[in-house]
Design a protein around this ligand. Structure first.
Ligand code: ZN
Length: 345
């Protein structure tokens, strides 16, 4: 019980990208890039194992961005002439330069399977790989071909599903789909989002998870979170996910101040609960983490609760990320000890 893991990325070493940068190109090329990424993965893995996390990832060290890491492996998109688009319903006022969908999207070969194999060669712990969810990919590209977001998302779901099946066949224990848009387009989530997400899970012989969050801990997002107090959207989305084929649901709770009472709406599912704020360099104490876990335990059985980070840690320093992983593992250890004592005593 209380198995810990990262929900998203770890910061990348400076031999790969400039420090604290998010939307960047690699410093290395070809074989040197591959070698640099291998080294980064080994460090990311060692950091997670040193901290004592129970389920590990490659820290997304091979991805420039959580969406592009997969989407760059597809065809049908033009990455050479980007266009500026609004994303996430313009909630955070952030515009991004996006690739254009110019013909039918296809997946000529697996994108992340080789990276999974490398990871598994270097650990005996259960592993997780994340893929962007179809609604969120569709929100982050400029569609000049399908003319219908739902249709584009359905096409993407087919490709995400193929990748997820191959990951599972190659020993991935958890396949996680990142869908921050599930916090934004509530009508679409209800009309087609959850169904399209379920397409991604068809036939996947591994646990499947969906990660719902408010995005990286960058200033515009942190400011929005500091003002928002309305969490009623979970009363719409979590019941839909509760009756879906998805096994695990990841909710950001630490930085956003989401009332953990919303977790009751997903009763029976495994819940990955964010107990680490990824928007600050300040490292939580293990007592703070333990307290957040205890709050979540009021609504989730310990066997179903997976303490996690809120989101990716790309914007953080490596020192802060290491401290936060340690706090996560130690906080969970404290509460686990209390629960075991309670059961034996
Ligand atoms: Zn996230």
């Amino acid at each position: 019980m209380l198995q810990t893991m990262l929900v998203g990325s770890l910061p990348r070493p400076t031999w790969l990208v400039p420090p604290n940068a998010m939307y960047v190109s690699w410093k290395l090329k070809d074989d040197a890039l591959r070698e640099g990424q291998d080294d980064a993965v080994l460090l990311a893995l060692a950091d997670q194992e040193d901290a004592g996390l129970n389920i590990v990832t490659d820290g997304e060290q091979r991805r420039r961005h959580y969406i592009w890491g997969f989407v760059e492996g597809l065809t049908g998109l033009d990455f050479s002439r980007l266009v500026e688009i609004e994303t996430r319903g313009n909630r955070y006022g952030i515009k991004v330069r996006a690739a254009r969908v110019v013909e039918q999207v296809r997946r000529p070969r697996s994108v992340l399977v080789e990276a999974l194999r490398f990871l598994k060669q270097h650990t005996t712990k259960p592993v997780k790989v994340t893929l962007p969810g179809p609604m969120t990919i569709a929100d982050t590209v400029a569609d000049e071909y399908y003319g219908d977001r739902r249709r584009l998302a359905a096409e993407l779901a087919r490709l995400v599903n193929e990748e997820a099946c191959e990951l599972a066949e190659n020993g991935c224990d958890i396949v996680q789909f990142d869908e921050p848009c599930f916090n934004i387009y509530l009508d679409a989530v209800e009309e087609w989002g959850v169904r399209t997400l379920e397409q991604c899970t068809q036939g996947v012989q591994a646990k499947t998870a969906v990660h719902i969050c408010y995005g990286y801990g960058i200033p515009a997002v942190v400011e929005w979170k500091s003002k928002n107090t309305d969490w009623s959207h979970y009363a719409r989305t979590l019941p839909l996910l509760r009756t879906s084929m998805i096994d695990m649901i990841s909710v950001e709770c630490a930085a956003s101040g989401v009332d953990p009472a919303v977790l009751a709406e997903a009763k029976g599912k495994d819940l990955m609960v964010g107990v680490i704020d990824v928007g600050t360099e300040e490292v939580e104490t293990r007592e703070t983490v333990a307290e957040r876990i205890r709050m979540a335990l009021q609504y989730v059985a310990p066997e179903h609760l997976y303490p996690c980070t809120d989101c990716g840690m790309i914007p953080r320093s490596r020192t802060a990320a290491q401290g936060k992983m340690q706090a996560l593992a130690d906080g969970a250890w404290l509460v686990r000890a209390e629960l075991q004592q309670g059961r034996s005593g």
